[in-house]
Design a protein around this ligand. Sequence first.
Ligand SMILES: C[S@@+](CC[C@H](N)C(=O)[O-])C[C@H]1O[C@@H](n2cnc3c(N)ncnc32)[C@H](O)[C@@H]1O
Length: 220
Amino acid sequence: MNDDAIRRQPAALEAIQRDTAVLGFTMASEPKTGALLAALAASKPGGGLLELGTGTGLGTAWLLAGMDAAARLDSVDTDPAVVAVARRRLASDTRVTFHVMDGAEFLDRAAPGQFDLIYADTWPGKFFHLEQALALLRPGGIYFIDDLLPQPNWPDGHAAKVPALIEAIERRPEFTTVKLAWASGLMLVVRSSAIDKENTEGTYEQTNGSGLGARRDPLS
Ligand SMILES: C[S@@+](CC[C@H](N)C(=O)[O-])C[C@H]1O[C@@H](n2cnc3c(N)ncnc32)[C@H](O)[C@@H]1O
């Protein structure tokens, strides 16, 4: 299998990539991440989707490519210059609404339990306001993050924040998680149910993180 070979891509992708290069925007999502975003979006027919950090709209284009006609996408970014590219190439698609505003403010205002897929690709909803973002997921909803493997554009001090984020997510019993050392380093986080510790306790046991299971007293 050659997982670099992506056979289909959104029609608008090349134009957005050109505009992105002209703008000098270097934080754009890569095609492998996009392909997975499209597949996840396709798993949510009629779903409510949220992208935190629109950028120039590369992730947006992949999400729209996977969504069915009844699904809806809200995409949020503070920077009007990058959102202008996304709007120019994608706003004719009435399934997407672009919000030029702070992601934290969007999260504070949003009603809980209304999204089926969240692509958290900026600071709020990922490195802060995580709780608020996770609260927006319906049961079965997916929270998706990338850039978990070291990236050349990480600011100083950022490297330590990534394991702390992963740990903060993994300790929540109401989410089922998987990390993928693929593309820029991905994590899928699925809200297992509307709750709760009670139903999930005993389902999993803690391991030592090596993939080999917990160390146990051999006589126990
Ligand atoms: C990694 S880029 C997003 C890339 C985009 N999702 C893609 O698929 O190419 C992060 C974006 O977050 C935006 N951003 C930074 N701070 C923000 C905030 N507080 N709220 C919303 N967006 C923010 C930046 O303007 C930037 O466009």
